[in-house]
Design a protein around this ligand. Structure first.
Ligand code: HXC
Ligand code: NAP
Length: 286
């Protein structure tokens, strides 16, 4: 579906692009012709990532930067511009998360997640957009959120609160900055196994088994599936798409549907037989 040069002319920063989903998106962007910058706190991870990303032949640079630090983020954007020219794409992907009963959280623990996810997204978004607005240049921002922005979630409350804030930021800015030609969208991924997420959120195999059993597709997402969606959103194929949050989770978020539980009671052929019997009974007026 994608042409080799779908993202030619794009210069995209992926925060947290040294690992996991950020790296997968950066890889797809570079493969499709974009120049790519990645940032994170751990230089060794970024260096290894850049080696891989450069194989596509586009310009790829890494920047050691903690997105929680507003001034450091400002310096990073200046650096990126010096080395790569003006960015026209930003993916706010850097995040922090862990499992904890909410009553046990210290203020610092709550703040640790809010600072990376909500403040980090604000810091990068504002520095990015100010430059575009001053130059009257269009651009695209993609925020990686979670499916629980709509529902909240037990045991990851700081992440849910922060990501819901990012979702609100997405909708607010899409409207506010539409006249500047800046699109702002979000992706809400379901489960995509990465070292960063799984080491903090999936305690052991028993949890995984239970998790997959209740997932309607009984499988996780593939990083390439998410990267393709991100590439589409960041491309010129989607100029009218803004203010949207696209979920990619194999329908996992819909398990609250009132009669969905029936799918887990017994095999489908047995269910069908029961439904047929009910229909027959109703037809006979019993
Ligand atoms: C309770 C915890 C904790 C835990 C840290 N803290 N881990 N509290 N349970 N598991 C507390 C500490 O005790 C401390 O509070 C405060 O949080 C800050 O801890 P630091 O280790 O100093 O923080 P920092 O070095 O800034 O690290 C941030 C982090 C860490 C969020 C805690 O996990 C991190 O760097 N994460 C980055 C990568 C990541 O999380 N990736 C997963 C993304 S997956 P006190 O009071 O003791 O000082 C995702 C969605 C997945 O977001 C959805 C899946 C389907
Ligand atoms: P990950 O590999 O841990 O990615 C997080 C990245 O953010 C890391 O590269 C990390 O690098 C960077 N980062 C963290 N704090 C930072 C900071 N203060 N400044 C700069 N960079 C920072 O986990 P992932 O699974 O790929 O998650 C990527 C995104 O997808 C996150 O937004 C996450 O919430 C979202 N998501 C993931 C899943 C999933 O199933 N995996 C599901 C829903 C949503 P350093 O630690 O080196 O800085």
């Amino acid at each position: 579906m994608f042409q080799k040069e779908t993202l030619k002319g794009k210069k995209i920063l992926v925060t947290g692009g040294g690992s996991g989903l950020g790296l997968a998106m950066a890889d797809r962007f570079a493969e499709l012709g974009a120049d790519v910058a990645i940032c994170g706190r751990t230089e060794s991870k970024l260096q290894a990532a850049v080696e891989r990303l450069r194989s596509h032949g586009t310009r790829v640079e890494y920047f050691v930067c903690d997105v929680r630090d507003y001034d450091a983020v400002g310096r990073m954007f200046a650096d990126i511009e010096d080395r790569m020219g003006r960015l026209n794409g930003l993916v706010n992907n850097a995040a922090g998360n862990f499992l904890s009963p909410s009553e046990d959280l210290s203020p610092n623990a709550f703040r640790a997640v809010i600072d990376i996810v909500l403040m980090g997204t604000f810091n990068c978004t504002q520095h990015f957009a100010r430059r575009l607005i001053a130059e009257k240049s269009p651009g695209s921002i993609l925020n990686i959120v979670t499916t629980y922005v709509h529902t909240g979630s037990a045991f990851v409350m700081p992440s849910a609160a922060a990501k819901a804030g990012v979702y609100a930021m997405t909708m607010s800015l899409a409207y506010e900055w539409a006249e500047y030609g800046i699109r702002v969208n979000a992706i809400a991924p379901g489960p995509f196994p990465t070292k960063g997420a799984w080491s903090r959120l999936m305690p052991d195999e028993k949890f995984e088994q239970f998790y997959l059993q209740r997932h309607p597709l009984h499988r996780y997402g593939e990083k390439s599936e998410l990267a393709n969606l991100a590439a589409f959103i960041m491309s010129d194929m989607a100029p009218y798409l803004t203010g949207e949050c696209i979920t990619i989770d194999g329908a996992e978020r819909l398990q609250g549907g009132q009669f969905n539980f029936i799918t887990q009671m017994m095999p489908r052929d047995k269910l069908k037989a029961i439904f047929r019997a009910m229909k027959e009974k109703a037809r006979k007026g019993q």
